[in-house]
Design a protein around this ligand. Sequence first.
Ligand SMILES: NC(=O)C1=CN([C@@H]2O[C@H](COP(=O)(O)OP(=O)(O)OC[C@H]3O[C@@H](n4cnc5c(N)ncnc54)[C@H](OP(=O)(O)O)[C@@H]3O)[C@@H](O)[C@H]2O)C=CC1
Ligand SMILES: Cc1cn([C@H]2C[C@H](O)[C@@H](COP(=O)(O)OP(=O)(O)O[C@H]3O[C@@H](C)C(=O)[C@@H](O)[C@H]3O)O2)c(=O)[nH]c1=O
Length: 315
Amino acid sequence: MKVLLTGAGGQLGRCLQDRRPADWRLLAADHKTLDITDVQAVSRRVKQFQPQLIINAAAYTNVDQAESDRERAYAVNEHGARYLAQAARHAGARLIHISTDYVFDGEGLRPYVETDPVNPLNVYGRSKLAGEQAVLQECAEQPNVADHAQSGAAPRQPRPDAPSFIVLRTAWLYSEYGRNFVKAIVAGALQGQELNVVNDQIGAPTYAGNLAQAIIQIGRMPDLPGGVYHYSGSVALTRYEFARKVLDALGEAQRLGDSSEAFRFTPIVSGQHSVAASRPKYSVLDNGKIQKLGVKEGDGVDVCLRRMVAALLRG
Ligand SMILES: NC(=O)C1=CN([C@@H]2O[C@H](COP(=O)(O)OP(=O)(O)OC[C@H]3O[C@@H](n4cnc5c(N)ncnc54)[C@H](OP(=O)(O)O)[C@@H]3O)[C@@H](O)[C@H]2O)C=CC1
Ligand SMILES: Cc1cn([C@H]2C[C@H](O)[C@@H](COP(=O)(O)OP(=O)(O)O[C@H]3O[C@@H](C)C(=O)[C@@H](O)[C@H]3O)O2)c(=O)[nH]c1=O
């Protein structure tokens, strides 16, 4: 199968390349190779390569910076997503577009299902929601299928001739690659910093390698109906609880014993951590829809963290 991967230099992009199946002819395009905000470049590249599947892992992901860089965030997360969807439709390719738990406002009291109403709290979340709508619009029979992502209403029928477009929402990604929360905690701890970590944001940390495996599995399911799906880690934690697990893994790898004695880390509330963007207090995703279709969960958070921390320490 011919697969075009955008954002190949990011953490998900790198994890997908590491796990590339032998029967994929993969064109892994990083930001320099293919800028998804360049509509002509996107169209040209898709026409030339004629992929059967496009995976969009490219995004503007700096949540705080997006607050003051709105135009750029929308250029990548909304317009770039649309250009890829248009090119995919013209080429008859399937599209797996990655989105985020930050489309929700965090006021929910149970894990979010795909049809729950969205209401992002920050520019990043709003730009990602606009991207979801742009993608769904491209494979819709009616021009306003994007209502689905806005209102939680049932999606309209896809165009009869349209390939299926998947919007895959995930959350709190971590991996050996790129910039992420786990690497920030490990770096701070190794520098002997006192770590203050918010204890009032709950989410489901997702190892990007597990997500990559799930995407590969979805890539092998040509009959999977288009629409929104959730895939995340199965354990809900506060950021502080997550940091504790990271430090447990680090303490174990360094044979330091009890992490609460080996490292200085304190729970705080969001107001005490000065950042530009508001984050949802609760953004746990319900994975039931995709699990029922057989998509696997992957290794648990403790196993993934132990492996990842060991890899980070090896350099
Ligand atoms: N990280 C997380 O915690 C979460 C991420 N997601 C979503 O998952 C997906 C993958 O995220 P992740 O791998 O963590 O993100 P990264 O930031 O690690 O990777 C994104 C990649 O996109 C590239 N990129 C940015 N702008 C463009 C552009 N105009 N054209 C082409 N490439 C571009 C970046 O390149 P460069 O650095 O050179 O700009 C970077 O390599 C994204 O859709 C993200 O929104 C969802 C939930 C959680
Ligand atoms: C590193 C660190 C963060 N924090 C807080 C800041 C913030 O409120 C919260 C999250 O921090 P980060 O900035 O690392 O994570 P953030 O960039 O908000 O992560 C998000 O990224 C985007 C791309 C997504 O799509 C989301 O699913 C989510 O993973 O934790 C601490 O309290 N202490 C710390 O030492």
